[in-house]
Unconditional design. Structure first.
Length: 179
């Protein structure tokens, strides 16, 4: 069974990369022209979303550089200790909805400080894989579509992120043992 799964996973990407252009060519769709047209649209979308991304990244840099995340972690430490949530994970949990690269930097710092087998690092890695860069995604996709009102997208994304963070801590404690 494992050999079969490995074979399928090795062949899946080359198959998909060759299947779609061949299928389009068989249907007499001008593949190259459509590809170029899509690339032009992609460039226009990138130009439209750049202001949203720049604004978000500047705000993140200012908040982090001013020590806002560290101050918040110190203020919330008593409440976090009551629910057995490691305060070392709070900066990462707060950064994740905003920036993937910022979260990766925080995760790298944790790995460097504690080592890869530490329970906190395992929780942080699980948080990184179980949550989304909600505001980044909204800035990119809603900005690309010129949508100004996000309605329920932001609360739903943040609730999903919070569930991912909490589940990461609980599951890691169950799987890797309490620390």
């Amino acid at each position: 069974m494992v050999r079969c799964i490995n074979a399928v996973s090795l062949l899946a990407i080359p198959f998909l990369l060759s299947f779609f252009p061949l299928y389009a060519a068989l249907r007499r769709i001008p593949v190259y022209e459509e590809f170029v047209e899509g690339a032009k649209e992609g460039f226009n979308v990138a130009v439209r979303i750049i202001p949203y991304l720049v604004a978000m990244l500047v705000a993140i840099g200012m908040f982090r550089g001013a020590g806002g995340i560290d101050l918040l972690a110190k203020m919330l430490k008593p409440e976090l200790d009551l629910v057995h949530f490691p305060t070392e994970l709070l900066p990462m949990a707060l950064m994740r909805p905003l920036s993937g690269s910022g979260t990766l930097a925080l995760f790298s710092d944790l790995v460097r400080q504690r080592g890869p087998d530490d329970l906190i690092v395992r929780m942080a890695g699980t948080i990184y894989g179980s949550t989304e860069t909600t505001f980044y995604v909204i800035a990119v996709y809603f900005g690309a579509a010129s949508v100004k009102r996000t309605r329920h997208a932001v609360p739903a994304g943040l609730i999903a992120d919070a569930a991912g963070v909490m589940a990461s801590v609980v599951v890691c404690r169950l799987v890797f043992g309490a620390n």
